[in-house]
Design a protein around this ligand. Structure first.
Ligand SMILES: Cc1ncc(C[n+]2csc(CCOP(=O)(O)OP(=O)(O)O)c2C)c(N)n1
Ligand SMILES: [Mg+2]
Length: 319
């Protein structure tokens, strides 16, 4: 019998007090929760407790009072649920997703609905770039009948571009979706958080869709959000390998769940230095892109929207 591993009573009581007293509880669950309530529709859900999930929950649950107000849960998950529902309709119920280490990894963690039948494969512990396409080659070879979707960064794809020819050579119907933000964006975020002005992270990309078409594969480019769904549908329905090159917002900030003081300081330093060196345009674009994100959240809180929107419109240029 394996030993029981759970936090001591004092830590559990403290956690129960915090959870019982709070009206807006958010649980950020880690990989240890794999398989636990995978079909909970609100699974964007931590209290720092050390122990196995099962032993800890067994001890903690009887100490919690049941809450009935789902307002916080509904508000915080509305945007994710909408995006997930749309993605669910596009990808197969048992699709295998492979993700590059960079921002595609973050978007996959946020927006893909892992339903118990799907698989998500990445270079999570190693953090090695360009893994999505070779992982997809392996997955599709092992599971010829399953839909395999590679979510690649433009930098990642460029690094192992030749593997697109492998898809043709081995007749693997992998679907590649490129997050084409014209940058080594994750590194860009890191160096900004260290206070350094953007340098050396631009990517001068070729026409990826044209390259695959010349190789005899399905290739399409998406420049407008409105074209995305139909193009993905066509690529997924194609009987063979396909690539969809999607232009994405370079300045979209992928924020970690918790920001450190050092990161905030670094970002402020980056912004100040950027203005001093004449890079105001870049900062304006960054602000516009991320205010749009906030606008989406505010739209879900009608009252705030009415007050903020006219002012926001002046900055983003949108009404
Ligand atoms: C083999 C390798 N080289 C370099 C890095 C450092 N690195 C991590 S993320 C990244 C940028 C990746 O760019 P892209 O694939 O375009 O994804 P984005 O961050 O733009 O989404 C780099 C250079 C790495 N992790 N692995
Ligand atoms: Mg990129």
């Amino acid at each position: 019998m394996s030993p029981v591993m759970r936090p001591d009573d004092q830590a559990l009581t403290a956690a129960a007090q915090v959870l019982n007293a709070a009206s807006r509880v958010t649980v950020l669950a880690g990989a240890g929760c794999a398989g636990v309530e995978y079909d909970n529709p609100y699974d964007v859900a931590a209290v720092a407790l050390v122990g196995t999930v099962m032993d800890t929950l067994d001890a903690l649950l009887p100490m919690l009072t049941v809450k009935t107000d789902s307002g916080h849960l509904d508000r915080m998950t509305a945007h994710y649920r909408r995006a997930r529902a749309r993605l669910d309709k596009l990808a197969a119920r048992d699709a295998v997703f492979t993700v590059d280490v960079d921002t595609p990894c973050i978007w996959a963690a946020r927006y893909l609905h892992m339903n118990g039948d799907r698989r998500l494969i990445g270079s999570f512990n190693h953090g090695s770039m360009a893994n999505a396409l070779p992982h997809a080659v392996g997955a599709q070879s092992s599971f010829p009948g399953r839909q395999v979707i590679a979510l690649s960064g433009d930098g990642g794809l460029a690094m192992l571009l030749g593997e697109l020819i492998t898809l043709r050579q081995l007749r693997l119907p992998v679907k590649v979706v490129v997050f084409d933000n014209g940058a080594l964006s994750f590194v860009e975020l890191e160096i900004r958080a260290a206070g350094i002005v953007t340098y050396g992270t631009d990517l001068d990309n070729p026409d990826f869709a044209g390259i695959v078409r010349a190789s005899g594969l399905f290739g399409a480019k998406v420049d407008k959000a409105g074209e995305l769904e139909d193009t993905l549908r066509a690529a997924f329905a194609h009987d063979g390998p396909a690539l969809v090159d999607v232009r994405t917002a370079r300045q979209e900030l992928a924020l970690p769940p918790k920001l450190s003081y050092g990161q905030l300081k670094g970002f402020t330093l980056f912004a100040t230095r950027t203005i001093q060196s004449g890079g105001g345009e870049e900062l304006l674009e960054l602000t516009k892109t991320n205010l749009r994100e906030l606008e989406v959240e505010w739209q879900q809180r009608g009252g705030v929207r009415a007050r903020i929107r006219p002012r926001l419109g002046r900055v983003t240029g949108r009404r």
